[in-house]
Design a binder for this molecule. Structure first.
Ligand SMILES: Cc1cc2nc3c(=O)[nH]c(=O)nc-3n(C[C@H](O)[C@H](O)[C@H](O)COP(=O)(O)O)c2cc1C
Length: 345
């Protein structure tokens, strides 16, 4: 996810587990054959056999509108070693759409077909070509036609973000529309959009008829969601041994946050480092009450040294203390229903 879920967060989230594969942020292809370093900059996992350090495949995603140019770039990145190449037909950004890329292509299924045909022909057959689409641009009436065009072009799977470009990121996601599309195509579909917890995942599966899900912001907000879903699947399967996973706690998150910060300091330019930590905390605080406290603690920091110093104080026990202090200060607002976990800390 451009500007949010990059190689740093992919490393952290895939270490936590429950993720079968990742798709990279989009790599924009205009009218040149990009040098290998341009792909490595976005997908440094290409230097590691196309996998995160914990071994999860990362599929580079290309965004563009010119079939031949996309095909040349797809062939190059495929040659660098990855399980496949993904094509972006969902990006709603005005600047991207103005240049003919992303969701705007959903208005012209013929171009979708030509792009996927050219890319499929350029990528060795043992590597996957997949696509990501929304339900449409201004309306969802061509969703089936778009999926059929992608299928005819030869993609092996399609992720469907169940909203149009016009819907932006406004809930709901229209998962039942994915079910309509499933009735028209044979290629496997993957449901995406507004999956924030296991209950959403169950409903998305029921409504879309897809077992496989792509989860974006939900995993950034609750990094234990993938594991929780796997655990749910196992417990629903009587022949499997039920694991005893409990939801990832904030205490368990702290080492991941510390590791994230180490990576940020290694990989991100100095002036953006604090922003990256605050950005993730801003997501985490939707799920972990304690992250709200952490966010309030660091939100005025613009010097990475201050963040490093603060993180050293956030040892599990100290965190419990600071949480209790913060609870008083916030008049119970944050932890109204969270007293039990706090006592356990
Ligand atoms: C900040 C941000 C960046 C995104 N970047 C990409 C991208 O580079 N490629 C892509 O296919 N989708 C991108 N998306 C869309 C997500 O992959 C996903 O389709 C959307 O957020 C809905 O799923 P979710 O509710 O699970 O987040 C982005 C979304 C956000 C919020």
């Amino acid at each position: 996810m451009e500007g949010l879920l990059d190689c740093v967060l992919r490393d952290v989230l895939t270490r936590i587990g429950g993720v079968d594969r990742c798709v990279s942020e989009f790599i924009r292809v205009t009218n040149t054959l990009l040098p290998e370093r341009a792909f490595i900059r976005v997908v440094p996992e290409l230097l590691n056999g196309g996998r995160t350090p914990s071994g999860v495949p990362v599929r580079p995603q290309l965004l563009g509108s010119d079939p031949n140019c996309l095909a040349d770039n797809a062939a190059r990145v495929a040659g660098m070693g990855c399980d496949g190449v993904d094509l972006n037909f969902g990006c709603p950004a005005k600047q991207v759409n103005r240049h003919g890329g992303g969701a705007t292509l959903l208005q012209d299924p013929e171009v979708l077909y030509r792009i996927t045909l050219a890319v499929r022909a350029a990528v060795p057959l043992h590597q996957i070509v997949s696509a990501k689409m929304r339900l449409g641009f201004d309306h969802d009436q061509q969703a089936e036609e778009c999926a059929l065009a992608l299928e005819a072009g030869g993609v092996s799977e399609i992720v469907i973000h169940a909203r149009t470009k016009a819907d932006g990121y406004r809930p709901p996601a229209y998962w039942p529309r994915i079910s309509d599309i499933r009735a028209c195509v044979k290629v496997p579909l993957i449901a995406n959009g507004e999956i924030w917890n296991v209950q959403d995942a169950v409903r998305a599966r029921q409504d879309s008829g897809c077992h496989d899900l792509m989860i974006g912001r939900g995993l950034v907000t609750n990094p234990g969601l993938g594991l929780a879903l796997k655990d749910f699947d196992e417990s629903a399967n009587p022949s499997a041994t039920t694991s005893s996973l409990t939801p990832l706690t904030w205490q368990e998150m702290i080492p991941h946050l510390t590791y994230f910060w180490e990576l940020v300091q290694k990989r991100i330019s100095h002036r953006h480092q604090c922003g990256r930590l605050k950005q993730w905390l801003n997501f985490l605080r939707k799920h972990f009450a304690e992250a709200e406290v952490a966010f309030l603690n660091v939100r005025t920091f613009n010097d990475p040294q201050l963040i490093s110093a603060w993180l050293k104080t956030v040892k599990p026990q100290d965190q419990a203390h600071s949480l209790l202090v913060e609870t008083d200060y916030k008049s119970g607002f944050i932890f109204q229903s969270e007293q039990e976990p706090l006592v356990e800390i």
